[in-house]
Design a protein. Structure first.
Length: 69
């Protein structure tokens, strides 16, 4: 009888470990998706820079020098 109880306990432990692993994997995947979305949003909202030929320093592009025709 004790070997059967040991197998049942091991099976239950494996069941809960697999459930925890699946939930954790989904949580990490969702956090990664959120981080990628935030990074894309940040890139879209970033200020374009242009290099000043005289000094070699990158500065924000002025609105009058934008890419709009």
């Amino acid at each position: 009888m004790p070997p059967i109880l040991l197998l049942v306990a091991a099976g239950a432990g494996l069941f809960f470990a697999r459930r925890w692993y699946t939930n954790e994997r989904q949580r990490v995947a969702a956090a990664l998706r959120d981080a990628e979305d935030a990074l894309q949003q940040r890139e879209q909202e970033s200020i374009p820079l242009e290099r000043d030929p005289a000094t070699g320093v990158y500065r924000p592009r002025h609105a009058s020098q934008g890419t709009d025709p």
